[in-house]
Design a binder for this molecule. Structure first.
Ligand SMILES: Cc1cc2nc3c(=O)[nH]c(=O)nc-3n(C[C@H](O)[C@H](O)[C@H](O)COP(=O)(O)O)c2cc1C
Length: 175
């Protein structure tokens, strides 16, 4: 039996979502899952993946444009695969912000795909990050690293378990 193939695709402006995506891919690989890690604009075909995890930074309530374009471009193929979404942002990691709804355009395409789950992780804003808005946020005291690595690792492990369990079920009861 061949193992499931997994794609982790992401969009990141200042690198913190990229690091989350790397950590998630590392956890999946540690569970024996063949995992590709690509920026959303690098993905050509999702057809040979069994499961896809898609991550994005959020700026002014919007997901990364490359990630939204990826979701739209591959919507039909994604609808026949197991898909999880994760986002990096807000600049805290509090129970109330973890339960925020997805941005409207992301929710709409997520509904059409029929995703398994979406999760919100705290993000990071570096002191001295480039950009006028980044400077304003920084001056407002929002700079800092709010990524909770144990929570990210635990989520990735739980997703890996679900992917592996699905494969076992497919072998026992072929479609
Ligand atoms: C100007 C600015 C706007 C932001 N807007 C949002 C937002 O609307 N919602 C949110 O959850 N996080 C927001 N954030 C937090 C970012 O999503 C967070 O810093 C994220 O980790 C950045 O990811 P990246 O380093 O991969 O670009 C904002 C940050 C900045 C600097």
């Amino acid at each position: 039996m061949t193992g499931p193939r997994v794609l982790v695709a992401y969009g990141s402006r200042n690198g913190s979502t990229a690091e989350i995506a790397q950590a998630i891919a590392g956890r999946l690989r540690a569970r024996g899952l063949a995992t590709d890690l690509l920026t959303a604009d690098q993905v050509g075909d999702v057809g040979h993946y069994d499961a896809v995890l898609v991550g994005s930074c959020v700026y002014m309530l919007r997901w990364h444009a490359d990630v939204l374009a990826f979701l739209h471009a591959h919507e039909r193929a994604l609808a026949t695969r197991d898909v999880w979404l994760f986002q990096s942002g807000p600049l805290d990691d509090l129970p109330e912000t973890r339960d925020r709804p997805l941005a409207g355009p992301v929710q709409q395409v997520a509904d059409r795909i029929g995703i398994r789950e979406h999760v919100i992780f705290g993000g990071r804003l570096c002191d001295g990050a480039a950009g006028a808005l980044e400077s304003l946020f920084s001056l407002g005291g929002l700079a800092g690293d709010h990524r909770e690595w144990p929570r990210i690792d635990a989520w990735a492990d739980a997703v890996a378990e679900q992917i592996l369990a699905r494969r076992v079920a497919q072998v026992l009861v072929p479609a």
